[in-house]
Design a protein around this ligand. Sequence first.
Ligand code: DSN
Length: 448
Amino acid sequence: MHAYPRIKKQDPKIYKMIEREWDRQADGLELIPSENYTSPAVMEAMGSILTNKYSEGYPGRRYYGGNEFIDEIEQEAIDRTKKIFGVPYANVQPYSGSPANLAVYVATCKPGDTVMGLNLPDGGHLTHGWKYSATAQFYKSVPYHVRQDGRVDMEEVRALALEHKPKLIWVGATAYPYQYDYAAFAKIADEVGAFLAADIAHVAGLIVASAHPSPVPHAHIVTTTTHKTLRGPRGGIIMTTDRGIKKDAELASRIDKAIIPGLQGGPHNHQTAAIAIALKEAATPAFRSYGKQIIKNAKALADSLKTNGMTLVSGGTENHLILLDLVPIFGAGGGHFASDALEAAGMTANKNTIPKDPSSAFYPSGVRIGTPAITTRGMKEKDMKKVGEWIARAIHAIQEYRLPEGKDARVAYLAQCKKEIFRNKELLKIRAEIKTFCKKFVLPHTAR
Ligand code: DSN
């Protein structure tokens, strides 16, 4: 690693840690569907002098002096968001996706009001009303679910909405291999007078690339993170649509107030500039091809996994991610074994519940994998064939493990399995093959 010479000199301990993480990101296959490699220009903005400035308020109305250039930067980020997503209002200050979503609750509900979102073990997000999230402690959460085939049960959504009359309905997920029926959600939200908020964090880059439908014509509010398929810095955006303004003329201004003074203080100006840069990148023809390639790669990876004996939720994918159903291999609760095996073999993924999981969110029966980061590295369909083979080989190499009953027995068994997995000769062999393979694919920050 040749970057960060000042950290190297001033704080060698932290430098070493960054260096090892640098190598980890370079030498393995990054398969977590919510991660990506951002551009060097975005990283330059994140490390810029903009981090030194306080700017509570909004462009043209700040509580601190010295914000004339920050105002220009934030206004540019707002204008680029409006243009690329086709919305009349945008707030680019949320520190990330969870604060963005919390601001939507603050803007649209009073504590105790009823809200609906996809249940977390069914693929939903914590902030869509999961029982351990503040969003279910401050609001009355009525979760909806997916059917056995993994698709959202729209009949249940409508029945629950008619029964509970929510103020706010979320559409969006973190582990959902299908496209969303935004129009059907809008119809239900209108029927009960609810706000419809679309959380597009996972698919924002696909939407910009016209590789996934946009919720903008249907939802009142759209939230996103900026670091997943959109490939920007870590951050969040809240958009108000024309439909949102039609429903409530004050909606955009209530969202602004929910961010500050409601939830946040000074915006992270370095992050705002980096978001603006990422949005400029996302508006290019190259990014459109990238978004489309993410999906082509996900479909090719799904085919390779099936050819190599893996079972997939929904049998495939319509977007950037794939959910492996591991029940046929390990029985219930095998997600830990598979994610450890993949990590030992140089592939990073995360254990995840599957629809109607026979185990629990702590010991889920699936693994979630995605193609945004490996597509950024330039991998194509033919490479997905190999990636699918490696994933299947790694999982088959440890297929004898079974999750025992009882908490203590599980903790001890999993610790023992982990030790064995990280010494497993087949997994170490795959790791070496992947390291050699990865050398062919440069990272944006090492490209010349
Ligand atoms: N952590 C994100 C994900 O992995 O999907 C959601 O916040």
